[in-house]
Design a protein around this ligand. Structure first.
Ligand code: ADP
Ligand code: MG
Length: 375
């Protein structure tokens, strides 16, 4: 007996969703492997739920194809797709106990009583709701209701588990806790999960890969580290990461046969890997770009080649945050604990040139070195 270990569990091929004139999802293609935790991330209204509902079969696919386990499912009804789904609104049956709510998907599939009991007990214990199973939804907290809704989705052996912002109504502490538990359950059971969220931290913390959307259009698919350090464009750079990445105008100068980059009037060397591509752009008349650098990749140091005036210093407990003004630009720097600054002070700093990003000012795409492009 053999098994193909890693196959595409789910594949979207050029999928579109129209609601009348509204184009909610535009030419979306991606795939998800068996046992993978994929997050769909993007701002409100970008088409995340529409995408998930098309996969689930509760919304028609306007154009394109969706494949599950290698078969096109466009014309298969929701109840025959072997997909489990948990929603943002818990959608629990108010007159049933939590136990009966969780057992429901198995009852309608006529599972034997003893097996139902076994499975409810197991999933309830994974989600820490064993002691409230005899209560009704109105008698327990939102957190318990959310866990029950997740338990009801997880109790079934489905091909794929879809979750649409299932943590959004919880407070921060509960969210952080349940986030970790969902990930643990997913990994221990090798479940294929597609998790929709507008919260970048949630997506990065939970997912193996993140699908980032904006205005119905795919922006980037990548690992959490990949989208954080190598965003494809300004949208992804800015949407991912807290505190936000610094994005400042960056001018390229050519003097005495050498290239420099400058923020306002502060010039510093262009990292070697960018020089050939910057030269090429420069010779076609482009000298203005956007520089991107995350606060954690800047360091205050007396021999830094950048300098500015302290705009504000914030103590964030474990770390500090320093905002420096260069011309009209505010640049945030993450500080180690114990360092303090006064407004108006002059500071020197440098950036980690390996982490420095350059973006095209017109179309917002990230400029890649020839090495990165594989050329
Ligand atoms: P998200 O889940 O990312 O917030 P949605 O998929 O819910 O985004 O919505 C994407 C776009 O489609 C939005 O502009 C939204 O207003 C629109 N939309 C969603 N559902 C409907 C619907 N049933 N009828 C008309 N427009 C809709
Ligand atoms: Mg939504």
């Amino acid at each position: 007996m053999w098994k193909v270990m890693i196959m595409d569990k789910l594949e979207l091929r050029h999928v579109w969703k129209f609601y009348g004139e509204v184009q909610a999802v535009k030419d979306l293609s991606f795939s998800c492997k068996e046992g993978e935790f994929l997050a769909i991330l993007g701002p409100s209204g970008c088409g995340k739920s529409s995408t998930l509902r098309m996969i689930a079969g509760i919304e028609e696919i306007s154009k394109g194809e969706i494949l599950l386990d290698g078969k096109v499912i466009n014309d298969i009804e929701a109840r025959n797709r072997n997909i489990a789904m948990a929603f943002e609104t818990y959608a629990l049956y108010p007159h049933l106990t939590l136990y009966e709510n969780i057992a429901f998907p198995l009852r309608i599939r006529k599972f034997p009583k003893s097996e139902i009991r076994e499975k409810v007990t197991e999933v309830a214990s994974m989600l820490n709701i064993d002691d409230v199973l005899d209560k009704r939804p109105s008698q327990v907290s939102g957190g318990h209701q959310q866990r029950t809704s997740l338990a009801r989705a997880l109790i079934r052996e489905a091909s794929i588990y879809l979750m649409d912002e299932p943590l959004s109504h919880l407070d921060t502490e509960q969210r952080t806790q349940l986030r970790a538990e969902i990930k643990r359950i997913q990994k221990l059971n090798n479940l294929t999960v597609i998790f929709v969220t507008h919260d970048q931290l949630e997506a990065l913390a939970m997912a193996d890969r993140v699908v980032i959307m904006n205005f119905g259009v795919l922006q980037q698919i990548g690992t959490p580290e990949g989208v954080y350090d190598y965003p494809e464009n300004l949208f992804v750079a800015d949407f991912v990461g807290e505190p936000a990445i610094n994005l400042v105008p960056y001018r390229v100068l050519h003097e005495n046969g050498k290239f420099y980059g400058a923020i306002h009037d502060k010039r510093f060397p262009i990292p070697d890997r960018y020089i050939p591509i910057i030269k090429e752009r420069f010779s076609s008349g482009k000298n203005e770009f956007i520089l991107g650098i995350r606060p954690m990749y800047l360091t205050v140091t007396n021999d830094g080649d950048l300098a500015g005036e302290v705009y504000v210093f914030e103590n964030l407990g474990d770390i500090g945050s320093l905002t420096v003004k260069i011309g009209d630009n505010l640049i945030r720097i993450e500080l180690p604990p114990g360092v303090k600054f006064e407004i108006g002070e002059n500071v020197r700093f440098r950036l980690d040139s390996d982490k420095m990003l350059i973006f095209d000012k017109e179309d917002g795409t990230r400029i890649k070195s020839y090495e990165e492009r594989g050329g």
